[in-house]
Design a protein around this ligand. Structure first.
Ligand SMILES: Nc1nc2c(ncn2[C@@H]2O[C@H](COP(=O)(O)OP(=O)(O)OP(=O)(O)O)[C@@H](O)[C@H]2O)c(=O)[nH]1
Ligand SMILES: [Mg+2]
Length: 195
């Protein structure tokens, strides 16, 4: 049988790292995954209909017309031997059950906090603390919303000093890359010196 040269020269299979991009409804999770992904991201965006009125909490994000109903998926190659897979969680409370599936095998997480509704990321913080998954909090700065300092956010969310908090703009690549690098460093430190 003819051999396929490109297959033979492909080199070692890179290690895969799974991380979650989480946070409250409308915090910018889908945006962050698509900003960072080197492949066209998979997203499961659906129109919000009148059926969600009274079910989904739209306060502060009334202009939002679509929402993630399952997950976002993207990939970024860190080096020849490390590939990172990003899974964005759905933001609505009614899809909360999916988080238990998504967290399996995750090495770390980004919790996106929304400056317009900081309280919507409480449950994500709580979730990763309970599952002992190292996470960073990235405060996605929306125009016109109050600008919090990182330390104010740390205090409001009652985070330990070890948990990195940084401000970001999920729409820009450099800022989103900073978030990812901070998470990778934090995961490495946490693994080396567990709390
Ligand atoms: N001004 C501003 N807008 C942003 C930023 N990040 C996201 N957006 C916008 O906010 C809206 C919602 O972003 P999404 O990425 O869909 O939020 P999400 O967290 O995935 O939302 P759900 O999946 O419904 O929970 C989009 O219209 C984005 O363009 C940001 O950093 N600044
Ligand atoms: Mg989304």
């Amino acid at each position: 049988m003819a051999s396929n040269d490109s297959e033979h020269n492909a080199g070692p299979i890179p290690s895969a790292i799974k991380i979650l991009i989480a946070g409250g409804f409308g915090a910018g999770k889908t945006t962050l995954v698509s900003t960072l992904s080197e492949i066209p991201p998979l997203s499961t965006e659906e129109q919000m209909t009148e059926a969600s009125l009274g079910v989904d909490d739209l306060k502060g994000v009334e202009e939002k017309t679509t929402t993630t109903v399952a997950l976002d998926f993207g990939r970024i190659t860190i080096s020849e031997d490390i590939v990172l897979y990003m899974f964005g969680t759905p933001g609505q409370d009614r899809f909360w059950f999916l988080w238990e599936e998504l967290v399996m095998g995750a090495l770390g997480a980004v919790v996106l906090a929304d400056t317009r509704r900081l309280e919507t990321c409480f449950s994500a913080v709580d979730f990763f603390e309970r599952h002992r998954v190292p996470f960073v909090v990235a405060v996605n700065c929306f125009e016109g919303a109050h600008r919090y300092a990182a330390d104010e956010v740390r205090e409001a969310l009652d985070l330990s000093q070890r948990t990195p908090v940084l401000l970001c703009d999920a729409r820009t690549r450099d800022s989103s890359k900073d978030v990812l690098l901070t998470l990778i460093r934090h995961v490495a430190e946490t693994t080396a010196t567990p709390a």
